[in-house]
Write a protein that binds this ligand. Structure first.
Ligand code: NDP
Length: 399
């Protein structure tokens, strides 16, 4: 029996709130607060049990502290944007409440994906006796837990790790992103980076690709290597890993639009003057693109996200793939969101459940793979993201 304060009322929040509301024995009280309270109210109205809503600017630490102190939640779930992470962590420290998020902090003016800022809070959280769980979405999140599970049960050493994220869904729009367009485009247009033999190797954005044959009738798709934040914590916590890479599928159509938008400067985060005022092209583009939440009823098809690990067990080489397949339309039927928000929101709820049940709780700032993966893996099967584990031929990632 616990009370949670959920901050942010976008696509991911909608799923987190629905999933928490389905488990009143854990989440007995829910408060949903965001910049625009009407969005919280719209989510609240779609639920079968009452929750409280509030207005808050999560960049205003005193305002947040006042809300947390007034509501006295056991945990704050941050599903606003990465720009708010440090402000919400500061407010949790001041109010003495546990913290969870789904994406690492990003400064608004630099597309820089790293945990340094949040890891710097380790001693502050430890001294305050409160816990912060970082990156409890799918990737980061489930992919970190998959890696920990593979290492715990199936490998003595993991040498090569490939995290592979496929969205084989189709929303029928010429160009749209499946989650916050600004965050998505900043990530995709950044340089690629992978870990090899103790150092990071940089690649030009989306310049390395290959074809991967996905399970569950998705079939072969082109995957592109890019940087993703969980690589940083995974290689730190599993030093046996010699090479770690992240891959994502993109349709030719998506890449064509992105290239043109990039060429004309629309994906830039550098401010420009327009009719006497400063605007950020990417923020303007976000205003033109479809709201990811509006894609829910339109999106058909499946997602498949998994970890492919190569290593040794009992002196013998071994390759395993652990993955989840999620169907956009089934997600929409359950919680009125497409699978991208669903695959992020369900792990956020499970991470919160782990903390509130005391299974994942120790003062300090932690990444997902630092805890025992077993109870989380069990809950993935129970709450909507069942996984499969198969032994496969190592040659699938050659070339
Ligand atoms: P949305 O843009 O749909 O929602 C963000 C919400 O945060 C909006 O309700 C927005 O309010 C609110 N918000 C923004 N700024 C503030 C502020 N200063 N104070 C209070 N509320 C604020 O994003 P998504 O739901 O798609 O994504 C949510 C998070 O999930 C992001 O951090 C994203 O990076 C992460 N994510 C993680 C994934 C993973 O697998 N780990 C995958 C996908 C997303 P308003 O409505 O007023 O704009």
């Amino acid at each position: 029996m616990a009370k949670v304060l959920i901050i942010g009322a976008g696509g991911v929040s909608n799923v987190v709130v629905h999933k928490c509301a389905q488990l009143p024995e854990v989440f007995s009280e829910i408060v949903l607060a965001s910049r625009t309270e009407s969005k919280c109210k719209a989510i609240a109205e779609s639920l079968s049990r009452p929750i409280k809503t509030a207005q808050v600017d999560a960049d205003n630490v005193p305002e947040l502290v006042a809300l947390i102190k007034a509501e006295q939640p056991d945990l704050v779930i941050n599903v606003a944007l990465p720009y708010q992470d440090l402000h919400i962590m500061d407010a949790c420290l001041e109010a003495g409440v546990d913290y969870l998020d789904t994406a690492n902090y990003e400064p608004l003016d630099t597309a820089k994906f790293e945990y340094s800022w949040q890891w710097a809070y380790q001693d502050k959280f430890k001294n305050a006796g409160i816990t912060a769980l970082l990156g409890s979405g799918f990737d980061p999140g489930v992919t970190n837990v998959y890696t920990a599970y593979l290492k715990k049960h199936h490998f003595d050493e993991i040498h090569y790790l490939d995290i592979i994220d496929c969205n084989a869904g189709d929303h029928g729009k010429p160009f749209a992103t499946n989650f916050n367009p600004e965050i998505n485009i900043r990530e995709v247009t950044a340089n690629g980076r992978y870990w090899e033999n103790g150092e990071w190797v940089e690649t030009a954005p989306l310049s390395v690709n290959r074809v991967f044959d996905f399970p569950a009738d998705i079939g072969p798709k082109k995957i592109y290597m890019m940087y993703h934040e969980e690589l940083e914590s995974i290689v730190k916590h599993f030093p046996d890993i010699k090479r770690a890479r992240f891959w994502m599928t993109f349709s030719d159509n998506y890449l064509k639009h992105l290239e043109v938008l990039g060429n004309v400067g629309m994906t830039s985060i550098e401010p420009v003057m327009f009719e006497g005022r400063e605007i950020v092209p990417l923020q303007f583009l976000k205003a033109l693109l479809p709201d990811p939440a509006s894609l829910g009823p339109l999106t058909k098809g499946k997602t498949c996200i998994g970890c492919l690990a190569q290593g040794v067990k009992d002196g013998k080489p071994k390759t395993m793939f652990v993955y989840n397949v999620c169907d956009h339309q089934e997600c929409y039927r359950e919680v009125k969101s497409q699978a991208i928000s669903y695959t992020t929101g369900v792990p956020a709820m499970i991470g919160a459940k782990m903390m509130l049940e005391g299974k994942w709780k120790k003062p300090g700032v932690w990444n997902m793979e630092q805890y025992d993966p077993d109870p989380f893996m069990d809950d993935l099967n129970k709450y909507g993201l069942p996984w499969e584990l198969v032994e496969i031929d190592a040659s699938v990632m050659e070339g």
